[in-house]
Design a protein around this ligand. Structure first.
Ligand code: AMP
Length: 526
């Protein structure tokens, strides 16, 4: 990083800015809080919260595994075309929200400014071109020539040639287009196909946990890096019992974590047979009322018709309510599938509400769609979305006849809702602080710390000697449950003094008694 007042690269835009300007715009309190901030829409989950996150994710693992789901760890970036093809070019996610970049291999593209830098940069480009490190497309050939030309003219022309040079340099297509995953169904299906999982017996049940990336407008419950816990079932069967069991698992999980004020909405959006006809009908009706709709809906009539039903604009609601409903246009097979799903949900005592406007944003869904909303979240109250995607495997080049269904829970929002409800679990915090004093006490402290840790206790062993008063003060401040006092006396007699900090109750133990006592206190949840 440069000195204040010297130019440097701006991290977001890659533009050259002065660090004074950078500091003033981004870090008004730079001297107090440092120079850097997490990028807009991203955030740190600090230790104060991460215990809750870990518990939430571990509970998901525990519940999902009882339903036969197994963890899949996927890359966080994939080929852009995978998302474009599966999610759909016209969806908001693909059209506006993806973090896409070229995988530039070993060709470095910077922002040269001086004549020497330009000459050096040009030499690197020409050498990379000769060596075949820049894909040999017609456009690239043209640009490599224009780069040479701008370099040749920069001494004479100055700034215009410099700008041309930089523009052409950055317009080079340097390789594959890569995207940070905005969701993980596409990656799961890609992995399913790539690893020939269709040859496994029965349905393949996968779950994943991890970050997703969408360039959305950040607000409460909406981030650019957010986290999902999701599950997918892929295989030859599309029995409605699969959908119902997945919803059961989801609600069992929400119940287990204490997210109880939830509502499950379900819908069927038909299949490749009946949906196109319905969409055509809908489009016809929408065209008739086009003038009364807002700009987004007007555009969506042609590009992503079903999404008009998602509109939250107050003045569009009465219009939308009068539109034809998909339930009246489902083919026999889809109608039956949806009816069976509802029977299966009843069998499992799962309460739901039907919502004919629940179409979901992504193109790949067929038949069953669902969403779960939770209390305390304002407008971003969807904590889970999902549905069937029976044609996706084939669409992505996999075997025909493989069906799929999945969901993704938004961890950020689920946790926000739990925090708002105030019903948080009592997570085990830090347990034993070892207050040692004296050269003879130290080796005893080291040994007992290791033994306690081996038994799973969380132990803090001060690295430097402290007076007991200071030690106990620190133990309290750190929120320890116990202080284990080891002074010269204890070291000499082979005993330990255990102080329970909440009520200052204090007792002496031998080592064996101490370990037994702590284990029994923990067993009783104290
Ligand atoms: P989707 O893949 O859009 O169906 O999203 C599934 C779930 O992920 C939603 O119900 C949200 O809980 C969560 N989610 C989606 N986008 C975001 C975001 N930008 N920030 C936080 N959570 C999100």
């Amino acid at each position: 990083m440069g000195q204040r007042g010297t130019p440097g690269l701006h991290a977001d835009s890659g533009l050259l800015v002065c660090f004074d300007g950078f500091a003033a715009r981004h870090c008004p309190e730079m001297t107090e809080k440092g120079q850097f901030r997490a990028i807009k829409g991203t955030r740190d989950i600090l230790p104060a919260d991460s215990a809750l996150w870990n518990w939430f994710e571990q509970t998901a693992r525990d519940v999902f595994e009882t339903y036969g789901f197994r963890d899949i760890r996927l890359p966080v970036f994939e080929e852009t075309v995978l998302f474009a093809r599966s999610i759909g070019e016209e969806t908001d996610v693909v059209a506006k929200e993806m973090y896409t970049f070229e995988d530039r291999g070993n060709v470095h593209v910077g922002y040269p400014q001086t004549v020497e830098e330009i000459v050096r940069s040009n030499e690197a480009v020409q050498a990379a071109w000769q060596a075949g490190r820049i894909p040999r497309t017609f456009d690239n050939e043209l640009r490599v020539g224009l780069i040479q030309n701008a370099c040749d003219r920069v001494s004479e022309e100055g700034a215009p040639a410099l700008l041309r040079f930089i523009a052409e340099l950055h317009a080079l297509d340097l390789g594959d287009s890569i995207t940070l995953r905005p969701e993980a169904t596409a990656g799961s299906v890609r992995a399913y196909i790539e690893h020939g999982m269709h040859t496994q017996p029965g349905n393949v049940k996968l779950y994943y946990i991890g970050p997703m990336f969408r360039r959305e407008r950040p607000q409460k419950g909406r981030y650019r890096q957010f986290y999902q816990v999701g599950a997918e079932v892929l295989g030859p069967s599309d029995a409605p019992a699969i959908d119902a069991e997945m919803l059961e698992m989801l609600l069992v999980f929400f119940d287990r974590v204490g997210l109880t004020k939830t509502t499950l909405y379900i819908n069927s959006i038909g299949c490749h047979e009946c949906r196109p006809k319905y969409v055509e009908r809908l489009r016809e009706e929408l065209r008739k009322v086009k003038e009364q709709l807002g700009a987004d809906s007007q555009r969506r009539i042609e590009t992503n018709t079903l999404r008009v039903l998602d509109s939250k604009l107050p003045h569009e609601q009465a219009i939308i309510e009068k539109l034809p409903r998909i339930s009246e246009h489902l083919c026999d097979a889809c109608r039956e599938h949806f009816a069976k799903l509802k029977e299966e949900l009843k069998l499992r005592n799962i309460a739901y509400q039907e919502n004919w406007r629940l179409v979901r944003g992504l193109d790949y869904y067929t038949r069953t769609t669902f969403e779960v909303t939770a209390a305390g979240l304002g407008s971003q109250n969807a904590v889970c979305g999902g549905g069937r995607y029976d044609g996706l495997v084939e669409l992505l080049g996999g075997p025909a006849g493989i069906k799929g269904i999945g969901f993704a829970i938004g961890t950020d929002r689920a946790i926000l809702s739990l925090q708002e409800s105030g019903k948080l679990p009592a997570l085990r915090g830090f347990e034993v602080f070892i207050a040692w004093m004296g050269a003879k006490a130290y080796p005893v402290a080291v040994a007992i710390a290791r033994k306690l840790r081996a038994r799973g206790f969380s132990v803090e062993l001060p690295p430097e000697e402290m007076k007991f008063k200071k030690s106990l003060g620190l133990a309290n401040k750190l929120g320890a449950r116990y202080a284990l006092i080891i002074g010269e006396d204890e070291a000499a007699s082979g005993t330990y003094t255990l102080k329970r900090l909440v009520d200052a109750q204090q007792r002496k133990f031998s080592e064996g008694e101490l370990l037994e006592h702590l284990a029994s206190e923990r067993g009783q949840g104290r």
